[in-house]
Design a protein around this ligand. Structure first.
Ligand code: AMP
Ligand code: MG
Length: 393
């Protein structure tokens, strides 16, 4: 048995091996850049009109000329004719300013009669022109390494025509759920069956950090079937996650099967409640987590171990500094294991919630954190300082 601190240390070290990958821009949401990007073009890439109106030479305005309208420039078309003295062009938002033109007056501010334009309002030089490179000059650093890619970043990069990015590779993840008693939602239950919630939770939890599972399958509590399922699927993913079957019951076959397959064990069994049977190891290039079956333990193991491990691999610092809070209620436990209790934390005040047993999921409708109640202390009093791991605000 190991301590949760040592287990976290193991995962911290393993998660330092980060792979990078070049992905289409649209696939980079929630990922982290692994290289710098410099602007391949100026933005705007040409001088263009910011308003629907008329483009002209500012000196003609100073000389109080009436202007002849020589052509019309629609957005998406070339300006074609340069402006000569005394000439203006009808122009629309986003259309290129014609050569020699420098200013646009909105259509509301002029009078047009017989193809001639009269200024009705004052206008400043360069007004209503978006000049080339005024947002970003070609060659400027537009994306630093280690930046989390948001939808807004994707929109910004798209204005430069960036089609792909080098990012820290999102790990490929597969789930194998075990347990003869499990039934999928939508089917009725016999009175010895329960609904599978672990695979449903894990699918959603990974989606919340931007990852879609490569597969999620169910395998019966049967040694050969388990072994076949692992051999068939392990190479498809970077991280393979099991729930159930890793404990010590007569039908918990996972540990002997992992041993049979020469999975290299990093840790098995952690001095914690819930989640004591947690296993982590490696088979060739695949990292293997075996989580207990109890749903409350699965949520805890996800937030405390799995999620930070996966996020670190994606370039997001996640095994963060310790946080503490003050207990608002009493709690009694046995010594020997560290308890991760479901809690609601606000302004550093820690409320330990009811229904802490590992089959009980209802406290998660309120919980936003785990309070870590240390191994050897039995009686926790109001006002005690405890470490917390927040998983939601
Ligand atoms: P095990 O670790 O396989 O002994 O399972 C521990 C407990 O978790 C048992 O009560 C199982 O019925 C329950 N359990 C196992 N897998 C799931 C699952 N996918 N969804 C909900 N409960 C589960
Ligand atoms: Mg089981």
């Amino acid at each position: 048995m190991t301590t949760h601190q040592s287990a976290i240390e193991v995962l911290k070290n393993k998660s330092k091996h980060r792979k990078t990958e070049i992905l289409p821009l649209a696939k980079c949401l929630h990922l982290v850049s692994a290289d710098e990007v410099f602007a391949p073009i100026n933005v705007p890439s040409f001088d263009n009109a910011a308003m629907d109106g008329y483009a002209f030479r500012f000196e003609d305005f100073l000389n109080e000329l009436n202007l002849q309208i020589i052509n019309e420039i629609q957005a998406g078309t070339d300006a074609l004719l340069p402006l000569k003295k005394g000439e203006a062009a009808r122009i629309f938002t986003g259309a290129p300013i014609p050569e020699n033109g420098d200013t646009v007056i909105p259509q509301e501010d002029v009078l047009v009669e017989n193809g001639m334009l009269k200024f009705q309002k004052k206008v400043n030089k360069n007004a209503n022109v978006r000049q080339k490179g005024t947002q970003t000059q070609k060659g400027t650093l537009i994306l630093k390494k280690n930046t989390k890619i948001t939808a807004e970043y994707i929109g910004f990069l798209a204005t430069f025509g960036i089609a792909e990015l080098e990012v820290f590779a999102p790990p490929k993840i597969g789930i194998i759920t075990t347990g003869k008693e499990l039934v999928k939602a939508g089917n009725s239950l016999e009175n010895y069956q329960i609904y599978d919630s672990n695979s449903v939770f894990l699918t959603a939890a990974f989606e919340e950090i931007g990852l879609k599972l490569s597969f999620s399958i169910w395998v019966d509590d049967n040694k050969n079937e388990l072994k076949n399922a692992i051999q068939e699927n392990v190479e498809k993913v970077d991280v393979l996650i099991f729930t159930g079957g890793i404990s010590v019951g007569d039908y918990d076959f996972l540990k002997p099967v992992l041993d049979d397959l020469d999975v290299q064990e990093s840790f098995y069994r952690v001095k914690q409640k819930p989640g004591k049977p947690l296993f982590f190891g490696t088979l060739n290039n695949t990292e293997i987590f075996a989580l207990p079956g109890n749903p409350s333990a699965v949520v805890m193991c996800f937030h405390v171990y799995l999620k930070p491990f996966i996020k670190e691999k994606m370039g997001i610092e996640s095994f963060t500094k310790k946080e503490f809070g003050i207990l608002m209620n009493e709690y009694i436990k046995k010594s020997g294991l560290t308890h991760f209790v479901k809690a609601f934390v606000e302004n550093n005040k820690v409320e330990i919630l009811n229904n802490q047993l590992s089959y009980q999921m209802d406290a998660y409708t309120k919980a936003n954190a785990f309070a870590i109640l240390t191994e050897n202390q039995e009686h926790f009093q109001i006002g005690d300082k405890v470490e917390v791991i927040k998983f939601r605000n």
